[in-house]
Design a protein around this ligand. Structure first.
Ligand code: ADP
Ligand code: MG
Length: 290
């Protein structure tokens, strides 16, 4: 396997450069503690521990998510799935361990900073605007829209092209999630499943490279779960998106999943191709107590 060892050094003067040239968040490593990554690894979680008082919610969790895959995180209730996503997305700080996204250490980043790096937990994208149309909901997620800047708004030619491009991209995304025919309907008219897809469309429009979701199938009509995941796969193929999705159980979404991590009592107990993990004795046992 082709492996690269990234060892970054701390160069404070780089932080003074404009953000577009270099991101201020860089992995700072010493030579005793190298993180080994393959070039396809988008997210790396290394030795993460999180406790709440005396309760160990995450115990030395290691995980790698490769680019452009749909990865599932499964496990019985209370196994630490939501806590792990909360730690990755900067909502909680881990007691120990490191989180790397696109070769940058994000362990100490705030939830907003993590989101800006393109690692988006869907609920971090502002809630849907129920009174706006489907298209307007996607367009409002578009970052750096020059038409919203007071100065640039006065000079039409500086934003008209960007707005045309944004609308084109919005339609492309809506097409992929099967919502383009509803572009002028109010978001409040969508079904629960369609709202999940619109939420995902907004995350992508906001610049997400990787999307994390906590039980997106919960509360969705069972026959629609299949449809939602088909659209996730389309988004993955067409826009190169990567997904990390928590579900309690794997069976209903099995055909759409590339890789699985199974957790129990704060630890990763199995990982691999979906069928391998489903047939793993440790995984079967972990669900027996439920
Ligand atoms: N904010 C919190 N305060 C205290 N305990 C928590 C908190 N969040 C989660 N936990 C505990 O951490 C453990 C893991 O919970 P969680 O990550 O929600 O599991 P899962 O998502 O797999 O059901 C559980 O025992 C839960 O009670
Ligand atoms: Mg949970």
């Amino acid at each position: 396997m082709h492996q690269i060892t990234y060892t970054y050094i701390n160069l404070p003067h780089l932080y003074l450069l404009p953000e577009k040239l270099i991101s201020p968040i860089k992995v700072i490593k010493d030579t005793h503690n190298k993180i080994v990554m393959t070039k396809d690894d988008l997210l790396v979680v290394e030795g993460v521990r999180k406790t709440f008082g005396g309760l160990v919610a995450l115990d030395e969790v290691n995980m790698k998510v490769k680019k452009n895959l749909l990865v599932m995180l499964i496990g019985p209730n209370g196994s630490g799935k939501t806590t792990l996503i909360n730690v990755i997305s900067g909502i909680y700080k881990p007691d120990k361990g490191k989180i790397i996204f696109e070769n940058k250490e994000i362990t100490e980043c705030s939830a907003d900073e993590v989101c800006r790096e393109g690692l988006v937990r869907t609920f971090q994208i502002p809630q849907l605007f129920t009174k706006l149309t489907v298209l307007e909901n996607v367009l409002t997620a578009y970052k750096d829209n020059p038409g919203t800047s007071f100065l640039k708004a006065c000079v039409k030619r500086t934003w008209i092209q960007r707005e045309t491009e944004a609308t084109k991209k919005a339609f492309e995304i809506l097409d992929t999630v099967g919502l383009s025919h509803m572009w002028d309907k109010r978001a409040s008219e969508l079904s629960g499943g369609q709202m999940k897809l619109l939420e995902t469309a907004r995350a992508l429009m906001s610049g997400a490279k990787m999307i994390m979701m906590d039980e997106p199938a919960a509360g969705v009509f069972p026959s629609l779960i299949d449809k939602i995941f088909k659209h996730f796969v389309e988004l993955k193929k067409k826009f190169g998106l990567t997904f990390l999705i928590i579900e309690h159980r794997l069976e209903p979404v099995l055909p759409y999943v590339d890789y699985v991590y199974a957790m129990d009592r704060g630890r990763v107990i199995s990982e691999g191709k979906p069928k391998e993990v489903l047939n793993d004795e440790k995984v079967i046992e972990s669900y027996l107590g439920e």
